[in-house]
Ligand binder design. Sequence first.
Ligand code: PLP
Length: 428
Amino acid sequence: MKIDTTNAPETNLYHRLPQVGEFLNGARVRPLLERYARPVVADAARAFLAGLREEIARGTVDEEALRGSIEQMPDGVAALIEASEGNALRAVINATGVILQTNLGRAPLSERAIEAIASVARGYCNLEYDLERGERGRRGAYAEQLLLRALDRGAQDRGAQDRGAQDGAALVVNNCAAATFLALNTMAEGGEVIVSRGELVEIGGGFRVPDILRKSGARLREVGTTNRTRIEDYAAAINEDTRMILRVHRSNFEIVGFTEQPGLDELVRLGSDAGVPVFEDQGTGCMIAPEACGLGAQSSFARSVRSGAALVCASGDKLMGGPQCGLLAGEARMIRKLRDNPLYRALRVDKLTYAALEATLLAYVSGQAETLPVVRMLATPPERIRQRCEEWARALVSEKVSAEVIATESVVGGGTAPGTTLPRARGP
Ligand SMILES: *Cc1c(COP(=O)(O)O)cnc(C)c1O
């Protein structure tokens, strides 16, 4: 019997593909086998051949192209192995104009923070060991101290707090969402938390205040309306089940027009009269005067803590310019309860985070905030940015890529300063 294959030319092409075993025994694959284990090379060869099979099925190769590909197979297989050995996570250029881009990893770290990470990553470190006393120490104690100092809330500030014997304390967890969750669960499980309807927000990445609150075991007591909530609304909602008043910073949107919202200090006064602690999810972690870096009348972590709120939390990798973490500062007895909650164990951070956080906070404590890339970028004058853009444009044009500098405004991003834009490069 004679089989006519002229109507199925691709069938012939499939027959040209080498067997994996045949490929592995070839002379040209020997250098690869010296560098990589045989199963690794075999897997990559299989993947390479699967790619060719797909091309044949799609009809995108003819006999000659296929012969070329098979000829190149050792190089192709080597490239596949190398690609699979590289990190998926790698450096990119952020040309979005958004300084804090969650998709691009938020805050770049300072050189000092990077060195600190490298130094504790390479070997062992005194994560839970007190070198001076020569005994077991508490993880994060120094970072907490630095945070309090950076928040200008250390020992020298205590007298001014007018809060009796309650000292300030701090705690570090995995991110701001974890901080909020831990605080709500510790302070309000089984009770009510009063929140303005204008603050029942979604911050992004699935962080929704009502959902976090429910999961924490607290009951949501909504007050006011989307655009207007008065201090009387809060006052009227307080009852014996009230455990907390929650204030959430509107990090990524603004309500404009016919609006009203009591200041944090008003809430603190109400809470103190009624014996209800006030907790603010401040979010941005701004440690310096927001006006100083063109952010306008924004809320700041330091200011919120100084307002006398029982507890304030913020992200470490937004305006603070540090590693991803959630920072809590407030009354010592609150922080103690948070630390004693078994959940804290599940939300704590590792040595790398503490290393980077300490270095970041040291920059604030020692008056060197401009060594932090985020702070530096925020403070860069538009004129300097225009120069940089022009240099880029010139370089691109000289590579025959058309480029032109145009004036624009950029946002800070990362859920920090809604409605605030930074003046950026102006055109010629
Ligand atoms: C950004 C932000 C969060 C979430 O912070 P993560 O560190 O990403 O968990 C929560 N609340 C507010 C107000 C925020 O701005």
